[in-house]
Design a binder for this molecule. Structure first.
Ligand SMILES: NC(=O)c1ccc[n+]([C@@H]2O[C@H](COP(=O)([O-])OP(=O)(O)OC[C@H]3O[C@@H](n4cnc5c(N)ncnc54)[C@H](O)[C@@H]3O)[C@@H](O)[C@H]2O)c1
Length: 366
């Protein structure tokens, strides 16, 4: 069984690559303190995988509370978190009970957040079922919800007891969601593993058809994130590198009011390209590097331009205003993660607003 070990100052846990059946029979029960678990999932992830998970756990005499939410980013807010808390408290959820997230990044972030605050913290197990969640959001313990003031502004660090990644769950994922997840997968290569980027370039036409290639790419990408999280659990420094493209992406998502016009991963792919263009305009990375990344995104099918719906909603002033609300602002300066070259980035707070305006305007008009 393949595993990644996450070793932090105060805890240690594994990301285990296993199918849900084996995990429910042999792994999850070993991580439960009590005999009850709440499975928090959404309408799509629950269809196929909730019955499998639930039936096995029930046979092992584990009592289950199931909470099935509607799907989508607009549910990642305090109102929905509060509804979950109400339901759990009504069911007399106790401190030794465990919360299990079964779903994508929205479910993982919400369920993780609830597990951080209910009874001042209960155990949390994450079973990510999207590519984005397997390669990124399930690793590292960031949990939280969006606010009307911006994305992920309310939250907590809460490390899981164990993460179960069943790559087979990706077979029911719509292509658009797979691509959105790929944006975070390739982001890790662009931040810290140029060889992985070469592997992705070499396999760009096969990755979604060949499970072995996808698994290799997924685990190598997850390792980049795991290494960074182990060096800087609470984002005092290098962990901010993982935000490549996210200052732009969060502003784009916020402006779209999470109405589904643009998915998180799609906003990230646009944000990454905008970060490369910013770097080129600042004289850091070469035009050729920008072209290599843009060509790769086009080959795989990722967004490189805004669609007409978004163009109507966005302009440079609005996006810059929203960026100023982002967590990456320090003492009024917007911090950008800027690529130096493929496989290496740095944190910069010296990017002239005129460059950002120009990058947004050129991207909006392309
Ligand atoms: N905590 C972190 O470190 C971190 C990192 C990156 C992203 N995120 C967050 O993750 C979220 C995005 O995650 P996401 O892209 O997984 O979105 P998501 O959770 O909304 O899932 C995407 C869609 O896929 C459906 N789905 C889930 N699993 C499925 C399956 N196996 N088969 C069919 N459909 C399935 C969901 O119902 C949803 O419609 C954002 O809120 C983002 O902010 C968090």
């Amino acid at each position: 069984m393949k595993k990644i070990e996450i070793k932090l100052k105060n805890c240690q846990y594994s990301i285990i690559y296993s199918n849900i059946e084996d995990a429910a029979s042999n792994i999850i029960p070993n991580h439960l303190k009590g005999s009850r678990a709440a499975i928090i999932t959404d309408i799509n992830a629950s269809k196929k995988y909730l019955p499998i998970l639930k039936n096995i756990l029930l046979k092992l005499n584990i009592k289950i509370i199931e909470i099935i939410l509607p799907s989508g980013e607009k549910n990642k807010d305090l109102k929905v978190a509060n509804k979950i808390l109400d339901r759990l408290l009504k069911e007399k959820f106790e401190r030794q009970d465990t919360i299990i997230a079964l779903g994508g990044g929205v479910i993982g972030d919400l369920a993780g957040f609830v597990s951080a605050i209910i009874h001042r913290g209960v155990d949390f197990i994450n079973i990510p079922t999207t590519l984005l969640a397997q390669v990124d959001s399930s690793i590292g313990g960031k949990t939280g919800v969006n606010s009307i003031h911006g994305k992920n502004l309310i939250g907590s660090f809460k490390q899981p007891k164990v993460v179960i990644c069943d790559i087979n769950t990706l077979s029911s994922l719509p292509k658009r969601e797979l691509l959105a997840g790929y944006a975070e997968l390739v982001k890790h290569a662009l931040i810290g593993d140029a060889d992985l980027f070469t592997y992705l370039e070499d396999n760009v036409n096969l990755i979604f058809d060949d499970k072995k290639i996808l698994e290799e790419a997924l685990i190598r990408s997850a390792n980049v994130k795991a290494d960074i999280v182990m060096k800087d659990e609470l984002e005092d420094g290098i962990r901010a590198h993982l935000n490549l493209g996210h200052t732009f992406a969060h502003a784009i998502e916020s402006a779209s009011q999470y109405d589904g016009t643009i998915l998180h991963g799609e906003a990230v792919s646009l944000g990454i390209l905008m970060a490369y263009k910013t770097s080129m305009m600042k004289g850091i990375c070469s035009n050729e590097q920008v072209n290599i990344v843009e060509r790769h995104f086009k080959k795989i099918g990722l967004k490189t331009t805004f669609g007409s719906l978004l163009r109507k909603k966005l302009n440079a002033n609005l996006l810059i205003d929203l960026m100023k609300n982002d967590k990456k602002v320090k003492q009024g300066y917007i911090n950008f993660i800027i690529p130096n070259k493929i496989g290496q980035v740095s944190i910069r707070s010296d990017i002239d607003q005129k460059i950002i305006e120009s990058v947004i305007d050129t991207t909006l008009s392309s």
